[in-house]
Design a protein. Structure first.
Length: 276
């Protein structure tokens, strides 16, 4: 058993644990314009990251966008996931491929598509102006970031839910309908609690991906809308402040882990209450 586990454990240690420890050690150093990085054991970077109102606002914005994308993707994926799971047509494989297809396209390419849609001379504004309306400002807004990020993570939620719903016996639904439950009541009171593992896994996955979104906020949010992942990149590449960038990265990591646990507990308790 040890020989089977050892290679995977070694890879995790070498490729994940050691780099994370090195990044954490970097976050304890200090920044100097002359030397760039001064060896130290200081928590000053964390105090700056958590105490500066600018970065507090960025953290809250990141959390808000991630939560909103999670809720929207869950709401939008329930019907498609159920339809896909219960589909018996020979076209099911094709539908699965079409659902997976957006994942084969890079986030930058997808963001460019949204830019063409939301831009001042984009499709939406062109149609709106043809109706006599004034130009809508959709680019570089929270709306554009949330919509585009939700579109990025939606396939993950649909596929996760569909795989779990598919494992729920059809007889369970038929029994609930025969006992007088409406289709809507059957879905939310019978099927959804049994699909709780898929709901939980999908929400956690979508939340983590949204918290760490980079290309979409940069391209669609513009300079006036910043999330933590672009802020980390800016400190490492533009400002050259590696210690502070490393501290921001660990703030992002810690916030993601803590909030993921909180979301998991909340969803678990909510779904348990539905089964009573």
């Amino acid at each position: 058993m040890f020989l089977l586990v050892f290679p995977a454990t070694l890879m995790v240690v070498v490729l994940l644990v050691l780099p994370m420890l090195g990044l954490f050690r970097t976050s304890l150093n200090l920044y100097s314009p002359q030397e760039l990085m001064v060896q130290a054991l200081s928590g000053e970077n964390y105090l700056d990251a958590l105490g500066d109102p600018y970065y507090q606002r960025i953290l809250l914005t990141t959390i808000g966008v991630a939560l909103l994308c999670m809720v929207l993707s869950l709401a939008l994926s329930l019907a498609p996931a159920y339809w896909l799971a219960r589909m018996r047509s020979r076209w099911k494989s094709l539908v699965m491929i079409l659902t997976l297809f957006p994942l084969l396209v890079g986030n930058v390419v997808r963001a460019a598509g949204w830019m063409a849609l939301f831009g001042t001379d984009g499709a939406i504004n062109a149609f709106w102006r043809s109706l006599g309306g004034e130009t809508l400002q959709m680019m570089y807004t929270p709306f554009a970031v949330v919509v585009a990020t939700t579109a990025v993570v939606l396939p993950y939620m649909i596929l996760t839910l569909a795989s779990v719903v598919e494992a729920v016996p059809r007889q369970t639904e038929e029994a609930a309908i025969n006992l007088g439950a409406s289709p809507l009541r059957m879905f939310f009171r019978v099927l959804l609690p049994q699909a709780a593992p898929g709901v939980l896994a999908g929400c956690v996955l979508v939340f983590i991906l949204s918290m760490n979104a980079y290309a979409t906020p940069v391209l669609l949010g513009g300079p006036g809308f910043t999330m933590l992942a672009p802020a980390v990149y800016e400190q490492f590449v533009s400002a050259g402040n590696w210690p502070f960038g490393a501290a921001l990265a660990f703030v992002l990591l810690s916030a993601t882990l803590i909030l993921t646990l909180a979301v998991s507990l909340f969803l678990t308790r909510s779904l348990k209450r539905r089964t009573r």
